[in-house]
Design a protein around this ligand. Structure first.
Ligand code: OGA
Ligand code: NI
Length: 337
């Protein structure tokens, strides 16, 4: 039987045709080098102005950084990874109860990226959850494994606090009042993608996720410590971001690029797969509330700098994002003045 997901437990001996990228779009893995100078920011170093300066520099030069001593407990992180592994090890029939390829569903298991829109598929299954407010969404989350709801809600609540601390530091690094970004974003939504990349028979022909930027405000990514796969685009070259113990990878999403008037970059990133190990990652996305209007704060353009993007609501942006394919031009380009 052909199943809709690739985490079926069956070992794949060859890559199905529908996953093979045309030659020019392949990952060219031999040309990728390790990123040697990933900014690693210690959030417990005790020197606030240093943290703010490091974050500002990282957002400006890279669009991403890693954080350590971030306040999310080791226990919460370990349990999150463990329960995610258990979920993807469930029998495929059990997982398929949650399957949907409708991006508007708030809890769903899916595969690739946007199965209905894309022409070539990606070697990924993912569980996508809305996570805020928890009381609203937890009831629809998986109840198998039985500890899933408790572990994931605890993780989400801690990650949310980290996200807010980072947004405060990001605002300060732009010379703005610390609460100003949070105020523009309103009551933020929170989504999670638990990504599972099974071993892939021909990793050089396909992607786990092709190059993309995240459409939200801020992404907090937990990577499986044992398997690399995340790469970011820096000065036109793809660089591998190898997992660092007890760290999160933080990346600026499209909305913070817009709010910073283009100063901070929503970084292009991708996930590649490998032939012998399954890889897991947990991406938490903080998203503006639907009616939040994304416009650069006046203070950033007071010096006469041009206003790069027109005002738009996040609802408008999100609709546009999901109506497209991942490997098209940057969605933000469509909102330029
Ligand atoms: C994502 C993402 C990267 C990874 O889910 O948006 O970029 O390493 N994931 O899984
Ligand atoms: Ni992403």
């Amino acid at each position: 039987m052909e199943t809709k997901v690739i985490s079926s437990g069956i070992k794949h001996s060859r890559l199905p045709e529908s996953y093979i990228r045309p030659e020019s779009e392949r990952p060219k893995l031999s040309e990728v080098s390790d990123c040697e100078n990933v900014p690693v920011i210690d959030l417990a170093c005790g020197d606030r102005s240093l943290i703010v300066r490091q974050i500002g520099e990282a957002c400006f030069c890279f669009g991403f950084f890693q954080v350590i001593n971030h306040g999310v407990s080791k226990d919460a992180v370990e349990k999150m990874l463990q329960v995610a592994k258990e979920f993807f090890s469930l029998p495929v029939e059990e997982k398929l109860k949650l399957y949907s390829d409708d991006p508007s569903k708030t809890t769903r298991l899916s595969t690739s990226f946007n199965v209905k829109k894309e022409t070539v598929h990606n070697w990924r299954d993912y569980l996508r959850l809305h996570c805020h407010p928890l009381e609203k969404y937890v009831p629809e989350w998986p109840s198998n494994p039985s500890s899933f709801k408790e572990i994931v809600s605890n993780y989400c609540a801690q990650v949310r606090q980290l996200g807010f601390r980072l947004q405060e530091a990001i605002a300060e690094s732009l010379g703005l009042d610390k609460d100003s970004i949070k105020e523009v974003l309103g009551e933020q939504g929170q989504h999670m993608a638990v990504n599972y990349y099974p071993p892939c028979p021909q990793p050089d022909l396909t992607y786990g996720l092709p190059g993309h930027t995240d459409p939200n405000a801020l992404t907090i990514l937990l990577q499986d410590l044992n398997v690399s796969g995340l790469q970011v685009l820096k000065d036109g070259k793809w660089l591998a971001i190898n997992p660092l113990p007890d760290a999160f990878v933080i990346n600026i999403g499209d909305q913070l690029q817009a709010l910073s008037n283009g100063m901070y970059k929503s970084v292009w990133h991708r996930a590649i797969v490998n032939s012998d190990k399954a890889r897991l990652s947990v991406a938490s996305f903080l998203c503006p509330c639907d009616h939040a209007v994304m416009g650069a704060p006046k203070a950033l353009t007071a010096d006469g700098s041009p206003v790069i993007y027109r005002d738009f609501t996040y609802a408008e942006y999100y609709k546009k994002f999901w109506s497209r394919n991942l490997d098209q031009e940057h969605c933000l380009e469509l909102f330029k003045n």
